[in-house]
Design a protein around this ligand. Structure first.
Ligand code: MN
Ligand code: MN
Length: 291
């Protein structure tokens, strides 16, 4: 990786860290979800950076992929366990970082995902396999008495590519890919009081383009022009101000041009915590860009 690219990753990481820290202090009982998400996303744009994906704001048993809808009236409430997951990019170089805010009595669950992330960061260097990272994550979470979420993973990052190889599991397995110098990876342990498996909810607020293909209907074409500006990075329904938006979005999904990112949740009544940082793998260890 050349120095200019490394600088972009570092600067994106600094911006993401600053804004996520601000976000953590804004999540308080009585605060509005929409107002909070809007304010934090605006801070990214004010920093002359881009959003690599809509700010995820997921509650309690929801692990990921929730965000505010444009008419969202939800407030943060006492007892909530809130995950904020922020993606900032500079020229496509992404900082992906998440924090869990505990408005209830879930301190140990929050510690579990953080300890797992710390354990993985301590191991990360060239030659260490993704299976070994998963084993360290699993051991830390189980050591706190919870289950790692087995069907969510960390991921490699590349310019404008949010989910590339290698996949970094949250459970151990033999083999896996050895980390290489110059790789950029986001590691994101999830700890759960539920089953340790997430499934898709009906709620969808986040979408992403997955294929390049023309479309015929004028309203759908207008929406696709907006979507193309994302260069494959996910976007929120809330961001799209076009006529016949719902029909156009549904068309793009049906045609396989756009995919949905449904909210992912563990069992009803369970709680899931998340911690995430972005790392650049260096010759003798790693640089955490988002710390
Ligand atoms: Mn993330
Ligand atoms: Mn991620």
């Amino acid at each position: 990786m050349n120095d200019d690219v490394l600088d972009q990753y570092r600067e994106a990481g600094r911006i993401a860290n600053r804004i996520l820290s601000a976000g953590a202090s804004m999540v308080r009982p009585g605060a509005g979800v929409l107002e909070t998400v809007d304010a934090l996303e605006a801070m990214v744009l004010e920093a002359d950076a881009g959003l690599a994906f809509p700010l995820n704001c997921s509650f309690n048993e929801a692990a990921a992929h929730d965000t505010a809808s444009e008419d969202d009236e939800r407030l943060f409430s006492p007892g909530d366990l809130v995950k904020l997951d922020l993606g900032v990019h500079l020229d496509g170089y992404v900082a992906d970082t998440a924090v869990t805010i505990d408005l209830g009595d879930h301190a140990e669950l929050v510690r579990a995902s953080r300890a797992a992330l710390d354990a993985a960061i301590a191991l990360a260097q060239p030659g260490v396999t993704t299976g070994e990272l998963g084993a360290a994550i699993q051991a830390a979470i189980e050591g706190h008495g919870f289950r790692p979420v087995a069907n969510l993973t960390g991921h490699g990052l590349n310019q404008f590519l949010l989910h590339g190889p290698p996949s970094v599991p949250n459970v151990g397995h033999p083999g896996g890919m050895p980390l290489q110098e110059g790789q950029v990876v986001a590691i994101e342990p999830f700890a759960s009081t539920g089953s340790g498996f997430v499934s898709e909810a009906a709620r969808v607020e986040i979408y992403g383009q997955v294929a390049v293909r023309p479309t015929r209907l004028p309203s759908t074409r207008r929406l696709l022009e907006l979507v193309r500006e994302r260069r494959g990075m996910p976007f929120s329904r809330r961001w799209l101000d076009v006529p016949k938006r719902e029909v156009a979005l549904a068309n793009l999904v049906k045609q396989g041009i756009v995919r949905t990112y449904p909210v992912l949740h563990d069992l009803p009544g369970s709680f899931v915590s998340q911690a995430e940082h972005t790392l650049v793998i260096l010759e003798d260890g790693c640089l955490v860009t988002t710390a």
